[in-house]
Design a protein around this ligand. Structure first.
Ligand code: C2E
Ligand code: CA
Ligand code: CA
Length: 382
């Protein structure tokens, strides 16, 4: 590593001119201070020279190594009048360059600050929301097309802001994961979902199978399994009626801790679903050794069913064969067309979730749906 850094530094120094200054400011970060006032065109040329120079092969001992870089550019005085301000602007631009896909450069612009501030504001709001009643849980039915009945539901969290607008979980869940708030959020959803399951039971709607999503950070918490059992106890709910959806990525990134939690949950009778299956890096070995009850085939594959020039059909078939061979069930998510249902049914996938049957519904709307589900499912299948 040190040898590589030294060689990279040499190449950068070679590109620098007399009034420029090259510095390494940390880990793998370098700064070039361009001494003589230069226009955008010259700075762009320098950036592309830097990229070309780093892209050429490095020889370190017996290794050949290729590097890429992300470059952020800030100019005095427009983007900052102090060293700190300029560095911060360059940093923001660099993150944007990274997000664009690396090996490119980005000039600082005001909207980068706005984006960074927005994110910070959202983070603060998320912290506050945890203490208020800003989160709701909605329930999306899973349909067993074999018998035309509701097989259960998935709890999906919703965030209502103070101004009445909704923020999608795809926006705030990643933020909550970064800040660690996701543990509190997941436990909140679990409690709420189990309480709802009990309410439906008390209304005579039977034991609805309830699945909740759990982030990787939640399941590796030390007291996680005890906390879950505690919630079940409070709501007088049997573990067989609870499922947990864990993404492949969450599972693979903390394999040993996650495995322990999954084994303990499953021993208690809670079903484990591998969520977004096919989008991460599941190892077949772990599929085989972990007590996973069900694979959820990601919407991106379902979208590709019967699309022209698409390999989705084969992929979906293969996943269904794999699951059945390993004794797991399968759930297809994001099903929107009758064509997709037919393909899935013909290839052995019995549980369907998607807008074709219903979106996620509030607790009371779900109860209404349950009461007339036989008719509405039959209508879709007719
Ligand atoms: P997911 O677990 O893959 O959930 C499925 C998402 O697809 C949901 O989006 C659902 O509303 C949407 N969906 C279902 N059927 C259809 C369909 O036919 N068409 C289309 N276009 N979309 C469909 P949602 O509710 O926005 O949730 C997004 C993601 O946020 C979830 O993806 C899940 O990863 C995460 N999430 C939601 N609630 C929680 C939670 O309580 N805890 C954690 N850790 N993550 C959650
Ligand atoms: Ca899910
Ligand atoms: Ca998914």
């Amino acid at each position: 590593g040190d040898k590589l850094l030294r060689q990279a530094a040499e190449r950068l120094t070679y590109l620098a001119r007399q009034d420029d200054c090259v510095a390494r400011t940390g880990g793998d970060e370098f700064v070039i201070v361009v001494g003589k006032a230069q226009g955008k065109v010259q700075l762009e040329a320098l950036a592309s020279n830097v990229l070309h120079s780093l892209n050429r092969c490095f020889y370190v001992d017996e290794y050949s190594i290729y590097l890429s870089a992300s470059i952020g550019i800030a100019c005095y005085p427009g983007d900052g009048t102090t060293v700190e301000a300029l560095m911060q602007s360059a940093d923001l631009a660099m993150y944007r360059a990274k997000a664009k896909g690396k090996n490119t450069h980005t000039f600082f612009t005001e909207d980068l600050t706005v984006a960074a501030n927005d994110r910070m504001a959202l983070e603060t709001e998320l912290f506050r929301a945890m203490d208020s009643a800003a989160f709701e849980v909605h329930y999306q039915p899973k349909i067993d097309i074999g018998n035309g009945a509701v097989a259960g539901c998935e709890a999906l969290v919703r965030w209502k802001r103070a101004d009445g607008t909704w923020i999608a979980p795809s926006v705030f869940i990643p933020l909550a994961e970064e800040t660690g708030l996701v543990r509190r959020l997941d436990m909140f959803v679990l409690r709420k979902a189990c309480r709802q399951q009990r309410e439906w039971r008390e209304q005579g709607l039977g034991n609805v199978h309830m699945s909740v999503n759990m982030s990787g950070r939640s399941i590796i918490a030390e007291t996680f399994v005890d906390d879950v059992l505690d919630v079940l106890g409070r709501e007088d709910m049997r573990p067989e009626h609870l499922g947990m959806e864990i993404t492949e990525t969450a599972f693979m990134s903390n394999m040993s801790e996650a495995s322990r939690a999954i084994a303990a949950l499953s021993e208690q009778g809670i079903q484990i679903y591998l969520d977004d299956f096919g989008t991460g890096y599941s190892s077949l070995y772990y599929l085989h050794t972990m007590p996973i009850a069900s694979l959820k085939i990601d919407k991106s594959f379902i979208d590709g069913i019967n699309a022209p020039f698409n390999a989705s059909n084969e992929l979906v078939k293969t996943v269904l064969t794999l699951a059945s061979g390993l004794g797991m069930s399968t759930v297809a998510e994001g099903v929107e067309t009758r064509e997709q249902i037919d393909f899935l049914a013909n290839n052995g996938c019995g549980i369907i979730q998607g807008y074709i049957f219903s979106q996620a519904l509030s607790g009371s709307d779900f109860a209404t749906y349950l009461k007339s589900s036989a008719a509405s499912i039959a209508a879709v299948m007719a």
